[in-house]
Design a protein around this ligand. Structure first.
Ligand SMILES: Nc1ncnc2c1ncn2[C@@H]1O[C@H](COP(=O)(O)OP(=O)(O)OP(=O)(O)O)[C@@H](O)[C@H]1O
Ligand SMILES: [Mg+2]
Length: 299
């Protein structure tokens, strides 16, 4: 039974004709509703297919652009590095040359990000990869400390005692944490704080990257995980899409909340299974993680 059609004649008797028409309507309604459902499913599938095709085309374009730009950039960097090694380079040019090398590095990082995103996802969650989350967290903060200092932001790491081994490759965890910490640094004004925490939780390890920046504005909440969505002048909009994909690859969870306190700040939380939890978790490899909603959003 699909439902009940209730007719209230308001005191009047239903004529035989009306009753017959209503019975006919009841017979027709389920088929019509089924048809509506089928049409809705078809439209949904068509929308998903169109979105996938759009992303595949964007991915191919991104891959070919990054591929074509990588080699000339590499050559430019080599030439500049050779110049930096030469004693004949005037001191006035040395600083500027270093700046150009840094800019080339930034560009290369963006291109690598684009290339990685355009590559089809490699499901390595069950391949036995594992790493020490504490070591990876320290590696990420030591690389980004210079950037934090340049921005006048205090970057802090806190890792719990005990084993923090996770069933995910060091390269993936590094990519996840780097993207989250870079976003946090970019969102935090001078004098602000960014904290990276790692602690055992629910048969795995939970990482939390928290900043006290302006937070994620209500108008963009639904879109931040979408590939190529960015609110930054120089952003590619791939950081969180990559984070989401990599977390899912290892059967983890990604959640975020913003604001965190005093109407400010953002906290991203990533949970990854512990190394010894691998066999049980491998069955859900590739599960899509979902962002948590703030109280405001849920309302
Ligand atoms: N910690 C944060 N605070 C405020 N907004 C954030 C934070 N992290 C992400 N966002 C928002 O989510 C958007 C998408 O982030 P994402 O990392 O995917 O791309 P991006 O940082 O803009 O560019 P890319 O990472 O490719 O350089 C950002 O443009 C920003 O608006
Ligand atoms: Mg980013």
């Amino acid at each position: 039974m699909l439902g009940v059609l209730q007719v209230k004649p308001h005191g009047a008797m239903l004529s035989g004709e009306t009753a017959a028409a209503l019975e006919f309507l009841c017979e027709q309604l389920p088929a019509t509703l089924d048809l509506c459902r089928l049409i809705e499913e078809k439209l949904q599938l068509e929308r998903e297919l169109a979105e996938r095709e759009r992303l595949a085309a964007l991915g191919q374009m991104a891959a070919s652009i990054s591929h074509n730009l990588k080699n000339p950039l590499g050559s430019m960097k080599t030439i500049l590095q050779l110049q930096l090694e030469s004693a004949a380079l005037p001191e006035t040019l040395r600083g500027e040359t270093r700046l150009v090398v840094e800019e080339i590095d930034r560009l290369s990082t963006k291109l690598n990000q684009l290339l990685r995103f355009s590559r089809p996802a490699v499901r390595s969650g069950g391949s036995g990869a594992s790493c020490d989350a504490r070591e990876v967290g320290e590696a990420v903060t030591s690389v980004l400390r210079h950037e934090a200092e340049r921005r006048g932001v205090c970057l802090d790491t806190q890792a719990s005692e005990g084993s923090l081994r996770v069933a995910a490759s060091a390269e993936a965890v590094n990519e996840i944490l780097s993207n989250l910490v870079v976003n946090a640094l970019e969102a935090t004004p001078k004098g602000g704080h960014v904290t990276l925490r790692a602690a055992p939780a629910g048969g795995g390890v939970e990482f939390a990257v928290e900043d006290d920046g302006a937070g994620i504005s209500p108008g963009v909440r639904e879109r931040i995980l979408r590939p190529f969505f960015t609110t930054k002048a120089q952003g590619t909009g791939l950081g969180l899409a990559i984070v989401e994909r990599r977390v899912a690859e290892f059967g983890g969870k990604l959640e975020w909340e913003s604001p965190v306190r005093d109407s400010r700040g953002t906290r991203f939380r990533v949970w990854l299974p512990a190394e010894d939890a691998k066999p049980a978790i491998s069955g859900v490899t590739g599960k899509r993680s979902t962002p948590s909603r703030t109280v405001e959003e849920a309302e």
